[in-house]
Write a protein that binds this ligand. Structure first.
Ligand SMILES: O=C(O)C1=C[C@@H](OP(=O)(O)O)[C@@H](O)[C@H](O)C1
Ligand SMILES: C=C(OP(=O)(O)O)C(=O)O
Length: 452
């Protein structure tokens, strides 16, 4: 795996001198990579994963699963072989003691939420820590869910429902029915579902709160479990039943990260250019497929051309219109919101991003961060409890002006600033290297596409 180069800090965001045009090969999906790694670590034999993402979040997941006893080896560039944990729950025979291990979650939601249920299946005392910024990310419903399933835990974060905490694995989890409030993050549901086939009685998970956000990510979890031969019943809204049983080993390729394709596609919209992303899946559970419906709201044309009739993949091409039109209300954009927000700032009229309250528990409080950084360049944004309202740039509005934008250790705040910087002079970005969380090559890829 490559090491990450250190770009300038602050990083002068390239300004587009004309329409941006090009083809961008986007690395593997973080959400799929980290789900496949977890399932492969719990599977019934060795798995082969191709096109895996190499980024901070995926490396943290690899390290976590290795600490828990999996063997993960890069056998060819971008291909890893995963030999599962020695202990995978009830009925798996005697369990070798794992001892005391510490897992660094960094700032990765997928690691801090998905790995504790796996740790509960081992025979180890597993301490979970993370970046300072991770200590305020909500974990409570996962911990409550595990406690409800009989898992022993302690540690300083437990009462507040945050890192750090310790899971005392006993080599198996009974499982059964448990209620959690997953209105704060879809990852609370995904976390419990992913390990559930290895619980003795499987899992009947009942959500007890307001709407669960990011439903696409739960759909992804259910789809990857089914792909591994696991029975999941999601026919009752807000409830999931996972049958106990083996997780079939995987031999699969990871789709490109369609959420991370967003800033590149947005570059076409922001500059009336044309950007293509090859290997776009014709059908996918990724939320990033919504670019196809979101970008036309900004006046762009979106074309999907399959590599062959009925092919599983094709090329998505976005061509920006002569004007960035006012998008109106766009709901449930989840992790796409920062990129959509950048286009809202540049649009010729108003836009509203609604039902994104869960973004307050992401890498940073993204609603406040977006409103603050937009204000720094003269953008008019009103922040509500779970929404943002943008005035845009109607005729006669004062133009946006340059500033050094903060990123709050948030990769998507960094790419937000890069999109804005295409159209606004003299934007510099603090800590562009934070994009290494999911796309270490972002500075180079961006410079190559938009010009230095
Ligand atoms: O399960 C996943 O891979 C993710 C779920 C979503 O979390 P939320 O439901 O907290 O938005 C998403 O925003 C995050 O980037 C990745
Ligand atoms: C919210 C995000 O990440 P995480 O997986 O850390 O929750 C994200 O990538 O936008």
């Amino acid at each position: 795996m490559s090491t990450f180069p250190a770009p300038l800090d602050p990083w002068p965001a390239p300004r587009a001198s004309g329409p941006v045009s090009g083809t961008v090969h986007v690395p593997g999906s973080k959400s799929l990579t980290n789900r496949y790694l977890v399932l492969a670590a719990l599977a019934d034999g060795p798995s082969y994963l191709r096109g895996v993402l190499d980024s901070r979040d995926s490396r943290l997941m690899v390290q976590a699963l290795i600490r828990l006893g999996a063997t993960i080896t890069e056998v060819a560039p971008g291909t890893v072989e995963v030999t599962p944990l020695a202990t995978t729950g009830h009925g798996a025979g005697p369990v070798d003691p794992l001892g005391d291990v510490t897992i660094d979650c960094g700032l990765a939601g997928t690691v801090m939420r998905f790995v504790p249920p796996v740790a509960a299946l081992t025979s180890g005392t597993v301490r979970f820590t993370g970046d300072d910024a991770a200590l305020s990310r909500p974990m409570g419903p996962v911990l409550d869910g595990l406690a409800g399933l009989g898992v022993q835990m302690d540690g300083p974060g437990l009462s507040a429902g945050t890192l750090p905490f310790t899971v005392h694995g006993t080599g198996g989890v009974d499982g059964g029915r448990v209620e959690v409030d997953a209105s704060g993050s879809s990852q609370f549901v995904s976390a419990l579902l992913l390990a559930a086939p290895r619980f003795r009685d499987g899992l009947h998970l009942v959500h007890t709160g307001a709407t669960v956000p990011s439903p696409e990510h739960i759909g992804m979890t259910v789809a990857v479990l089914r792909r591994c031969g696991v029975q999941v019943d999601d026919s009752v809204p807000g409830e999931w039943r996972v049958s106990p049983g083996p997780i079939r080993a995987l031999d699969t390729a990871v789709e490109p990260d369609l959420s991370n394709a967003g800033p590149f596609l947005a570059a076409a919209v922001a500059t009336a250019g044309t950007v293509s992303v090859p290997d776009w899946p014709a059908r996918t559970t990724q939320i990033g497929d919504r670019w196809r419906s979101i970008l036309p709201a900004f006046g762009a044309q979106v074309d999907f051309s399959p590599t062959a009739p009925d092919a599983a993949t094709g090329t998505l091409t976005v061509t920006g219109g002569p004007r960035i039109t006012a998008p109106g209300e766009i709901a449930d954009t989840g992790e796409l919101a920062p990129t959509v927000a950048a286009l809202c700032l540049l649009a010729e009229g108003p836009g509203q991003l609604t039902r994104i309250g869960q973004l307050r528990g992401h890498e940073t409080d993204r609603l406040t961060a977006l409103a603050t950084e937009a204000g720094r360049i003269g953008g008019a944004v009103e922040e509500g409890p779970d929404h943002l309202v943008f005035t845009g740039l109607p005729a006669g509005a004062a133009p946006l002006h340059g500033a050094t934008l903060k990123t709050y250790e948030d990769h998507r705040m960094a790419t937000f600033a890069a999109v804005v910087g295409l159209a606004v002079p003299d934007v510099a970005i603090r800590d562009i290297a934070t994009t290494a969380k999911t796309m270490p090559d972002f500075p180079e890829m961006w410079t190559r596409l938009v010009g230095g």
